[in-house]
Design a binder for this molecule. Structure first.
Ligand code: ADP
Ligand code: MG
Length: 238
């Protein structure tokens, strides 16, 4: 289960109102992509959902429970960052197992989960390596592996592929889509890349200055963009 609802969410940093008043419903199992220009509030929105930032006003519901005041660890969501945030001195195995160790899980159970995730992500041969000995794509897979083992209610991706070269980006895009197919877990994916949005999303949320311009499937937005801004962003002819 990974149903997430934002209700009248507002976020201000001091006097700067980044998100004035936002409502959004994300269904369990959906692949939702937030798109919009740099600075429009995509990362902030993701961090509010993750609990890494507090809302200024409004509520965040996770599986029907009011999670607004909850600490990130209690929300059961997993965030995957563009900079990987791996521990350079730890092996791939330890990097993936780290959140489970922190949660106090026993060694055998950790081993099962780490090996399972490694298999899903084609990392079995790399478990003894350190992040510095891996390619960018492999590092990103380790970061995803560390999220998978926690069996989160939802994965939150913040521009996970923006550090990769174009060819690798295409490959990883397919891998993440495949992972979604396999796990059927809710995924919220932030990008400013319209190709990623159009090819990966069940539902696209187009943001401008903290306001939702339009929500819809890639096809809906392409065929019936509500305005020029959406059309421009989606690359539709309107
Ligand atoms: P995006 O991810 O869409 O590029 P962000 O969510 O990072 O946008 O930022 C949205 C706006 O909020 C920007 O104007 C940014 O400068 C501002 N902002 C983000 N985080 C902070 C912060 N911790 N303190 C002050 N301003 C912030
Ligand atoms: Mg951002």
């Amino acid at each position: 289960m990974g149903n997430i609802r934002l209700e009248n969410v507002k976020k201000a940093f001091g006097d700067a109102i980044v998100i004035p008043d936002l409502d959004l419903e994300i269904e369990n199992g959906e692949f939702v992509v937030f798109v919009g220009p740099s600075g429009c509030g995509k990362s902030t929105l993701l961090r509010l959902i993750a609990g890494l930032e507090d809302v200024t006003d409004g509520k965040i519901w996770i599986n029907g429970r009011d999670a607004t005041g909850e600490a990130p660890a209690s929300r059961g969501l997993a965030m995957v960052f563009q900079t990987y945030a791996l521990y350079p001195h730890m092996s791939v195995y330890k990097n993936i197992g780290f959140p489970l160790k922190m949660a106090g899980m026993d060694k055998k159970a950790i081993d099962d989960k780490v090996r399972g995730a490694a298999e899903t992500l084609n990392l079995t041969d790399y478990l003894n390596r350190r992040p510095g000995q891996l390619s960018g794509g492999q590092r990103q897979r380790v970061a995803i592996g560390r999220a998978i083992v926690r069996e989160p209610k939802a994965f939150l991706f913040d521009e996970p592929l923006s550090n990769l070269d174009a060819a690798l980006r295409v490959a990883m895009r397919l891998e993440i889509s495949e992972l979604h197919h396999q796990l059927k877990t809710t995924m919220i994916y932030v990008t400013h890349d319209q190709v990623e949005a159009m090819t990966m999303a069940d539902k696209i949320v187009v943001l401008r200055a903290g306001i939702i311009e339009q929500v819809g499937s890639p096809l809906e937005l392409y065929r019936t963009p509500r305005n020029r801004f959406v059309a421009g962003f989606i690359g539709s002819p309107k």
